[in-house]
Design a protein around this ligand. Sequence first.
Ligand code: HEC
Ligand code: HEC
Ligand code: HEC
Ligand code: HEC
Length: 126
Amino acid sequence: MKQRIPIVVMSCFFALSTLSAFTFAGEEKRPPETVTIKLDGSKLPPVTFSHTIHTEKTKLECVTCHHKDTDPKQPEACTKCHPAAGGKGEAPGAKDVFHKQCQTCHKESSAKDVKAPTKCNECHKK
Ligand code: HEC
Ligand code: HEC
Ligand code: HEC
Ligand code: HEC
């Protein structure tokens, strides 16, 4: 009897991983855990952005940031509409919108309950 246990355990494990692979395929695409944001020609250190902190710990909706995508769960890069070199049509330039979106929320959050980075070198980290 004893030798059979590992086989049972193994097949359970196999069944579970197959199952989770199926569930995963049917669900939304998970965002990349972290993205390094660096605009063309930038001089300051690039900004590391964590989806895990913002969507799992802080529980923000995708659409809060990916605001103009037809499907906010399959978004395009911000720079598709907000170019690094300044505004295109009605969409303002990338540096301004990043600062607006990231900093507005961080200031509000820090003023209320949860401290979030507001100083230059807390985002532009060496
Ligand atoms: C909440 C995060 C955050 C804070 C705080 C912040 N920035 Fe940024 N900043 C960004 C992001 C994101 C970008 C776009 C990515 C990049 O760095 O190229 C950016 C881009 C820039 C750019 C254009 C790209 C470059 O590197 O030349 C400049 C200049 C800049 N920030 C200056 C500042 C200064 C000065 C401060 C402090 C007064 C500051 N930022 C604070 C997030 C932040
Ligand atoms: C707090 C803001 C914020 C939230 C919330 C957020 N994202 Fe993002 N996401 C970003 C930023 C910023 C980038 C980098 C975009 C860039 O480089 O232009 C990004 C990049 C992405 C990319 C890569 C896009 C590309 O091709 O460059 C995907 C995919 C993505 N996010 C999916 C998601 C999904 C799915 C959710 C919800 C579960 C989500 N994001 C929630 C800010 C956010
Ligand atoms: C499909 C095009 C598109 C994409 C992708 C996009 N935006 Fe926008 N965004 C716009 C347009 C157009 C406007 C101006 C009109 C408006 O505010 O409704 C805008 C406005 C904004 C504003 C308000 C600016 C102001 O001065 O009031 C912020 C902040 C912003 N975008 C941040 C972002 C960030 C951050 C991303 C990536 C996570 C992003 N946007 C992705 C098209 C886009
Ligand atoms: C709607 C609110 C909101 C927006 C938009 C937002 N953040 Fe945050 N961010 C938070 C909160 C809240 C925390 C603190 C999380 C905690 O510690 O529990 C945080 C934490 C962080 C941290 C520190 C944790 C870490 O990853 O090291 C960085 C860096 C950061 N944010 C970068 C950004 C950047 C860059 C953007 C814009 C692309 C952005 N955030 C947009 C709410 C926001």
